[in-house]
Write a protein that binds this ligand. Structure first.
Ligand code: 13P
Length: 248
């Protein structure tokens, strides 16, 4: 039986004070450990958030991670730096990184590899644009995004990773994929992993992201291959984030 996971991606929002208040509200409202839960604040807030979360069921992650180990890479944050502050997860290949900051399937694979090297659990984000969906290229895009990582790190590494399917057209638009649309792609992703390793596929947490709210989470999470969510906007409010977590 796979455990479910709900992750909040704060993106570039809030202040240190509002972020601290948000995690305190989440921690005090968490009344069960039925599923895993984490928040991904901006880098600069992570060590302050770490202090608030020690011993808590709520974990934290980074929104990105360097594709190199160390050195002259201005503006990047390495896996060992994140490990040093107890960071549990790192998003890699979020569609906003791919579309605005030039992340490619190859650099995403390198980031994934760096995360693993320090036991930071990578959350590999994959998903198609509206144009790609309309051209029936969804599965091809998912294959390319997955294969680049599998080719670099090997399928065994997926035993220590999470995948998030985030259709780009559903992110921040209020247009959620229907439960069946999301399930179809989740099932496809699991099959691609299963072709290489059945047991890793059976245990893999595959999250759905894109306009998840308390009122649509329950039906999405009830689908056979959806093991939780990667939440943007609704994770900035403790009540709605906890509402999503509690609908697991
Ligand atoms: P929204 O939940 O705001 O659509 O964002 C989803 C997302 O990009 C999470 O990483």
């Amino acid at each position: 039986m796979r455990r479910s996971l709900v992750v909040g991606n704060w993106k570039m929002n809030g202040t240190l004070a509002s972020g601290k208040a948000l995690v305190q509200e989440i921690v005090s409202g968490l009344d069960n450990t039925n599923a895993d839960i984490a928040v991904c604040p901006p880098f600069i807030y992570l060590s302050e958030i770490d202090k608030l979360l020690q011993g808590s069921h709520l974990k934290f992650g980074a929104q990105n991670i360097a594709d190199q180990e160390s050195g002259a890479y201005t503006g990047e944050v390495s896996a060992s730096m994140l490990k040093e502050i107890n960071c549990t997860y790192a998003l890699v290949g979020h569609s906003e990184r791919r579309s605005y900051y030039g992340d490619t399937n190859e650099t995403v694979a390198a980031r994934f590899n760096q995360a693993l090297s320090q036991d930071v659990c990578p959350i590999l984000c994959v998903g198609e644009t509206l144009e790609q969906r309309e051209q029936d290229k969804t599965f091809q895009v998912i294959d390319e995004q997955l294969n680049a990582v599998i080719d670099l790190v090997g399928i065994e590494s997926f035993a220590k990773a999470v995948i998030a399917y985030e259709p780009v057209w559903a992110i921040g638009t209020g247009k959620t994929a229907s439960d069946e649309q999301a399930q179809e792609v989740h099932q496809y992703i699991r099959q691609q992993i299963a072709k290489r390793d059945q047991s890793i596929a059976d245990n893999m947490q595959i999250l759905y992201g894109g306009s998840v709210k308390p009122d649509n989470a329950k039906a999405l999470f009830a689908m056979a291959d959806i093991d939780g969510g990667l939440i943007g906007g609704a994770s900035l409010d403790a009540e709605s984030f906890l509402g999503i977590y509690n609908s697991i």
